[in-house]
Ligand binder design. Structure first.
Ligand SMILES: [Zn+2]
Ligand SMILES: [Zn+2]
Length: 126
């Protein structure tokens, strides 16, 4: 049976840092742009069908087309989830959480973004 797929894009108060997060308009917001945390509420992106409700904590990022996906691990059920970065995400905060130096991002990631064709996780294609 085909399930109807609805993206929900709405303003919300982040459960983890308490900041008010405005909606994105171009796609459903699935994580906080300030503390980068997310909540394990989706089975399919935006469906809010997951009953776990654990905290999704960024553990790494991976190249995705011309942007990145944030790789999350749920602190409750340990599921790995991936969300595409939003254009207003706090990159420095994300790098801090996943423990990547800014110079590393600026050099290796920039290189990978421009010269690598694959989308492999953190791939050192140099
Ligand atoms: Zn937050
Ligand atoms: Zn979970």
């Amino acid at each position: 049976m085909q399930k109807r797929f609805t993206m929900i894009d709405e303003n919300f108060i982040c459960d983890y840092c308490g900041k008010e997060v405005s909606k994105l308009n171009y796609t459903a917001r699935d994580h906080c742009p300030y503390c980068l945390a997310s909540k394990h509420v989706d089975i399919m992106p935006g469906d809010r069908e997951e009953s776990c409700h654990g905290k999704l904590i960024p553990i790494e990022m991976e190249k995705y087309k011309d942007t990145y996906k944030i790789v999350y691990k749920c602190d409750k059920c340990h599921t790995i989830k991936k969300n595409i970065m939003a254009k207003d995400d706090d990159l420095d905060e994300l790098l801090k959480i996943i423990n990547i130096d800014r110079w590393f991002y600026d050099t290796i990631f920039y290189y990978n973004r421009n010269y690598c064709s694959n989308d492999a996780i953190f791939n050192m294609c140099i």
